[in-house]
Design a protein around this ligand. Structure first.
Ligand SMILES: [Zn+2]
Length: 453
């Protein structure tokens, strides 16, 4: 009897071990087939890519949430249609591209002329996608025939890494990698869900000035500070304080919307422009997608008033329009009355003039009349904004580590109002929340329209 019981126990244990082993084998097999099926699909697509020629990529740039390509190619045959796509062999994502014929079957191409337009990286699905030119021809039966051409890197730049904006507490990591498959050069977008690393942020906010640099000053009753910088009546109001007030509120607003926001300073101190996490570098040090520089203005006249949103070169105005709309509504203010450098209602763009370029401290200057004057915008944008090692300073000034980068944040400089206009000043002092809410809502409106996931 005892022996029987022992045997039963032994059998049961064998059965359990067997079940467990089978389960492990099953799971391994399932994972294995899933992984290799995916791999097989990808590789079988790459087998279909033409090997006669490759598109030369002469420039590829990420600015904010957008990516753009420029290049040239010569096809071995005349084609009816062609388009630039990202594909895994099944799904095709078309990238709107302007293709210009230079001679018989030779072309140049550019995805967008605006640096904040083009392929929206945040809209890409997870998976492995390749950058491909798909051509279409028609055979004698009038049926479509397709060919696929891959791309080759003609730049000095290499792989890029991008994290999408936080959406419902989730992020995708996009590894953009140059590889070779059976001697075919490829540009692969490997998109996987990944937790945002601690040092990576969605948005950087830069409250201008601080410490021994107060920026503009005013007296709270509208009187002028005296030549020593003191107010006879009313309290001295520093721009650096107003900037910080709005920035701290903005951080809260953005976090309420689910974004991870970084500040270049959280107290009254001076931050070095090109220091690690400085006002011109933090957005890129933290791989932020947007940089928001907060300032307040003065004209010396008292009559000029209103909001000015400064934009980068070659910029589509959609986001700037949303900022103007939401800030004027939420802060109960108006667009600026200033005519100089005005692009549109409340939107301003200030370039270097030929005289300023000629008088640049750093010669030879790489600035052009398409280079933005404000370093908060220019220096953050890398090659998209023709960044420099800020020319107002001596060549011994610290170097901007990102000035040559092709993967940078989209930057805006806000002059929220005029401190020497009493109406503006009162509104700024009493309602920093309105300005912060306006900026946050402007970004939200824009992203809601542009993002389809
Ligand atoms: Zn300022």
């Amino acid at each position: 009897m005892k022996k029987k019981k022992k045997l039963k126990k032994k059998l049961l244990s064998y059965a359990l071990t067997l079940c467990f082993t089978l389960l492990i084998i099953g799971l391994l097999y399932f994972g294995y087939t899933l992984f290799f099926k995916e791999k097989e699909k990808e590789l079988s697509f790459l087998e279909t890519v033409e090997t006669s020629t490759y598109l030369a990529i002469n420039k590829y740039v990420i600015y904010g949430i957008h990516m753009n390509f420029e290049g040239s190619f010569t096809l071995p045959e005349t084609v009816s249609e062609m388009k630039l796509i990202l594909t895994n062999g099944e799904t095709e994502i078309e990238i709107p591209t302007e293709i210009t014929k230079t001679e018989s079957n030779s072309y140049t191409f550019q995805t967008s002329k605006s640096i904040n337009d083009g392929l929206v990286l945040d809209n890409l699905p997870q998976g492995n996608f390749y950058l491909i030119l798909k051509t279409t021809n028609y055979n004698e039966e009038n049926e479509e025939t397709h060919k696929y051409y891959s791309v080759t890197n003609k730049t000095t730049y290499s792989d890029l890494e991008y994290y999408t904006l936080t959406t419902n507490q989730k992020n995708n990591k996009i590894a953009i990698e140059w590889n070779t498959y059976s001697e075919i050069p490829t540009l692969r977008f490997k998109i996987t869900e990944e937790k945002l690393p601690d040092e990576v942020y969605d948005i950087t906010i830069d409250p201008g000035h601080g410490g021994n640099d107060p920026g503009k000053t005013a007296c709270s009753d509208g009187s002028e500070p005296n030549y020593l910088g003191y107010c006879q009546s009313g309290n001295l109001v520093k721009e650096s304080t107003l900037n910080l007030d709005v920035a701290l509120k903005l951080k809260e607003e953005l976090e309420t919307l689910g974004y991870k926001a970084a500040l270049t300073r959280e107290e009254d101190k001076k931050v070095g422009i090109y220091d690690k996490f400085g006002s011109a570098t933090m957005a890129n040090d933290t791989k932020s997608k947007f940089n928001i520089a907060i300032h307040h203005n003065s004209s010396g006249f008292g009559t000029v008033k209103g909001l000015e949103v400064y934009i980068a070169n070659d910029t589509k105005l959609d986001l700037a329009h949303k900022f103007v709309e939401e800030i004027t509504t939420n802060a109960n203010t108006t667009s600026s009355t200033m005519a100089l450098h005005k692009v549109d209602d409340g939107i301003y763009q200030r370039f270097f003039t030929p005289e300023e370029i000629a008088n640049d401290d750093v010669q030879p200057s790489n600035k052009t009349t398409n280079t933005i004057y404000y370093y908060y915008i220019r220096e953050v944008g890398g090659i998209s904004t023709n960044a420099t090692n800020d020319g107002r300073y001596s060549p011994t000034y610290p170097k901007n580590e990102h000035y040559n980068s092709n993967n940078t944040a989209e930057s805006y400089l806000f002059e929220l109002g005029y401190m020497d206009n009493f109406q503006n000043l009162q509104n700024i002092i009493n309602n920093p929340n309105g300005y912060a809410k306006g900026i946050a809502n402007g970004l939200k409106d824009y992203l809601t329209e542009i993002k389809n996931i």
